[in-house]
Design a binder for this molecule. Structure first.
Ligand SMILES: [Zn+2]
Length: 72
């Protein structure tokens, strides 16, 4: 099943930066950071938090434009 990106979680650039430093990706279904190392271009890895295969690497999340403005 393809995720409806309009329902995907959004991430701030600060969050993406943290993920890159940690070598982690994020689940676009629940928003959790991955519990294991994820390549920046990974797609649809398993999320241990919610069980969906929606963990994406940070570069992929940037490419999908799932960025939200930071609250100042
Ligand atoms: Zn998840």
């Amino acid at each position: 099943m393809v995720m409806d990106l309009t329902k995907a979680k959004r991430f701030t650039l600060g969050t993406i930066r943290d993920g890159m430093v940690e070598d982690c990706g994020y689940c676009i279904s629940c928003g959790s950071i991955s519990e294991y190392s994820v390549e920046p271009d990974a797609r649809n890895y398993h999320c241990t938090a919610c069980g969906q295969d929606e963990v994406h690497g940070c570069s992929e999340i940037l490419l999908m434009d799932l960025i939200e403005p930071e609250d100042e």
